[in-house]
Ligand binder design. Structure first.
Ligand code: NAD
Ligand code: ZN
Length: 404
């Protein structure tokens, strides 16, 4: 798959993913947006240092023309959107211009929201530069910013006109950021793609070495899954919720540690461990598959410890999660590798034991690497729900790696 089409409420757009596709950016943008009065790059100083010259050359613009803002999570705020909008006014951007977001998920979400609201909406193109952004945030049209009260609480669905995902742009990505993205890749395998999961389980060392063929294959595979999901459920009425596997507890951990201790994917890794334990404890997932998920997560490498946190604090954060309803936490739980249930509810005492178990589990994994004992909580079995379960049938993208 070098190109895949996404059907959004605002029209069809193309995602191009291939090494070197950046050099076709000008032609692709011209085709996707037609006439434009100006092309304005929004990025961050860090990203622009890493790949600004290359991107500017590919776009045929001066690197000095980019609008740069700090892309720490703490800067993902409405005030930053205002700054970007003011900068767009100063450079003379009118409603026929194109905004090109060049960066990771923070740049994409903030610049995307700025594009959605500037002059009531100007056209947007994503050039994602992190693994998370290439496999996830640049696709599907979610844009937005955080409030002091929580993550992504203000935003808009605003699909881009085009996404250009060039894995060459990941060359300068720090390894911890790359590994953080790999947890999201594991997520895709668990929720929707047994073949991808199998590949990761057997080739994690190759993937960690960033073997180009393996990296390209996993990115394309994840894009295909995300496309499949958002094509069916753009507004997250049901199916799209499966993408939140690991994010219920993950978001709570990020908030509880003030977004400073974990990278997003790392918090999601703990969240996936927690959800996997819950799925085992409620007899949704068998022990052997649960074990395989935990081992795959562990193989990606070390993650900062979970500090001792007050369970009541975690619970109130879980209950205020966007996905909760009337304070009742809704979980995304694996039923099998590649089969997922959403909107699952579990007893609170079990969730509490899971939170404690997650901490222990990761500590044990560090001490005693491949031998991980999944302690099955001794609780009365609860009959698993039979609705909201999906197994996506993925047709493999072309490429040699799939045959390995
Ligand atoms: N919209 C969505 O659907 C969606 C999905 C997933 C995540 N997100 C959001 O994305 C954000 C996380 O995104 P992320 O993981 O991409 O992190 P990020 O945007 O914070 O980028 C991580 C770090 O890497 C740097 N960086 C980016 N590209 C680089 C490159 N090529 N070389 C060197 N350094 C580079 C950045 O400057 C930053 O310091 C979160 O705010 C999350 O909420 C949104
Ligand atoms: Zn995520």
């Amino acid at each position: 798959m070098a190109m895949i089409r996404i059907h959004s409420s605002a029209g069809v757009y193309e995602v191009h993913c291939a090494r070197g596709v950046l050099w076709r950016a000008r032609a692709l943008i011209a085709r996707a947006v037609g006439d434009a009065t100006g092309v304005f790059v929004v990025s961050s100083p860090r990203v622009w240092r890493a790949c600004g010259r290359e991107v500017a050359r590919a776009l045929g613009i001066s690197p000095r023309r980019a609008i740069l803002f700090d892309d720490r999570e703490a800067a993902k705020r409405l005030a930053t959107v205002e700054k970007i909008a003011s900068a767009l006014v100063r450079v003379g951007a009118d409603r026929h211009c194109v905004v090109i977001a060049v960066g990771g998920g923070v740049v994409g979400d903030v610049a995307g929201f700025a594009a959605a609201t500037y002059l009531r909406g100007v056209r947007l193109v994503h050039i994602p530069t992190t693994l998370v952004a290439q496999v996830d945030s640049a696709i599907g049209g979610k844009t937005g910013v955080d409030l002091p009260e929580g993550k992504n609480l203000v935003g808009a669905f605003y699909p881009p006109k085009l996404v250009i995902a060039d894995p060459n742009l990941l060359r300068t990505l720090p390894h911890r950021e790359y590994r953080s993205g790999l947890y999201e890749v594991i997520k895709y395998g668990v929720i929707a793609d047994a073949k991808l999961f199998e590949f990761l389980a057997t080739n994690m060392n190759v993937v960690l070495r960033r073997d180009p063929e393996a990296v390209d294959w996993i990115i394309q595979r994840c894009i295909a899954i995300k496309t499949r999901v958002v094509n069916e459920d753009e507004r997250e009425a049901g199916l799209r919720k499966i993408l939140n596997f690991g994010h219920t507890l993950g978001h709570a951990l990020e908030a509880a540690t003030n977004y400073k201790r974990f990278l997003h994917g790392e918090a999601v890794a703990y969240g996936m461990v927690g959800a996997t334990l819950l799925a085992i404890a409620t007899h949704r997932l068998d022990l052997a598959n649960g074990h395989r998920i935990l081992v795959a997560i562990r193989r990606v490498g070390p993650i900062p410890d979970v500090p001792r946190l007050e369970p009541s604090r975690i619970f109130s954060l879980l209950a205020s999660d966007k996905k909760s309803r009337a304070g009742k936490v809704r979980w995304v739980l694996p039923r099998d590798i590649g089969t997922t249930e959403w909107d699952a509810t579990v007893p609170e005492d079990l969730a509490l034991r899971m939170i404690q178990g997650t901490r222990l589990m990761m500590e044990e994994m560090k001490i005693d690497d491949p031998i991980i004992a999944v302690r099955k909580p001794n609780l009365t079995p609860k009959p698993p729900a039979t609705r909201n379960i999906v197994t996506l049938r993925m047709s493999p993208p072309r490429g040699k790696t799939s045959a390995r």
